[in-house]
Ligand binder design. Structure first.
Ligand SMILES: Nc1ncnc2c1ncn2[C@@H]1O[C@H](COP(=O)(O)OP(=O)(O)OP(=O)(O)O)[C@@H](O)[C@H]1O
Length: 258
């Protein structure tokens, strides 16, 4: 089997935020964003006016390669482009600018509710998820047992998800999202949500998932989390790579600059 790899060459991605019209609002927004960028120098992507359309340059000229065996942590201030990069790697966003090549099966842990139908019960959602993964009857039963035990929702497992608290949705979503065993695992920091008891259980489940993935890309604002889980850290700023290297080197520099 071919080894998985992620390759970006001069990759760029911009979001349009305003079209012509609503000029005064546009001007005041542009002014305030420009001031934020100018004064703090590191929050958010660059804001540009392209043919009367305001654009936020979320990713800009990214060139990097991630190979099998690497656990890459993404760090950076708010709006640096970490989540956008994860979403681009997950295939949620596409851009015609630059090149993005991914070899290997990808699974993204981005949103605890993704793929969930809130009108169905937790158990029905498990069955739906199993069908999506093309599980047979035995695998489906096994998944049901596993998620039931992990999510610990009691009688709520047989009630519609729309009645769940946000923490309960995270438990179910986490149980489901961590069922596949992909080669490339993309993970946003929401996985650390939940109470302490849940975090301990979640950690054990994540560890087994990560152990089987060839590549991990993880975003977090927590330096201890990144030090522990990464073999390489990429510090992003304004949609670009500011520093890329060994976790201690990059995180020490990031901390010193913060
Ligand atoms: N859907 C969108 N529409 C418009 N602009 C967006 C959208 N998503 C992100 N952006 C902008 O792109 C830039 C990068 O955002 P992104 O969410 O990738 O940053 P981040 O590093 O993940 O930030 P945080 O740490 O705050 O989650 C920001 O300036 C943000 O305002």
């Amino acid at each position: 089997m071919e080894k998985p790899v992620i390759r970006l060459v001069d990759y760029a991605l911009a979001f349009p935020i305003f079209h012509g019209g609503a000029r005064s609002l546009k001007k005041s927004l542009f002014k305030s964003v420009k001031q934020t960028v100018a004064s703090r120098g590191r929050v958010g992507g660059q804001v540009r006016n392209v043919s009367d359309t305001m654009m936020v340059q979320a990713l800009d000229g990214l060139t990097l390669e991630i190979n099998a065996g690497e656990h890459v942590g993404l760090i950076g201030h708010n709006g640096a482009g970490k989540s956008t990069l994860l979403r681009a790697l997950a295939g949620i966003y596409e851009s015609p600018f630059g090149k993005l090549e991914i070899r290997g099966e990808v699974h993204a842990l981005l949103d605890p509710q993704s793929g969930m139908n809130i009108d169905l019960t937790g158990r029905e959602n498990i069955e739906l998820f199993a069908r999506m993964l093309q599980f047979d009857q035995n695998q489906t039963k096994e998944l049901e047992r596993e998620v039931e035990d992990f999510a610990d929702l009691g009688a709520f497992l047989d009630l519609p998800v729309r009645l769940y608290s946000s923490g309960m949705v995270v438990r179910l979503g986490f149980g489901l999202a961590t069922a596949p065993r992909p080669q490339i695992l993309l993970m946003d920091e929401w996985f650390m949500a939940g109470d302490q008891h849940f975090q301990d259980k979640a950690r054990a489940r994540l560890e087994s998932m990560i152990a089987q993935a060839d590549i991990l890309v993880l975003t977090s604002h927590s330096l201890p989390v990144l030090r522990e889980w990464s073999t390489r850290v990429i510090w992003m700023e304004g949609g670009r790579v500011r520093m890329d290297g060994a976790p201690d080197t990059v995180l020490d520099a990031y901390e010193a600059a913060s």
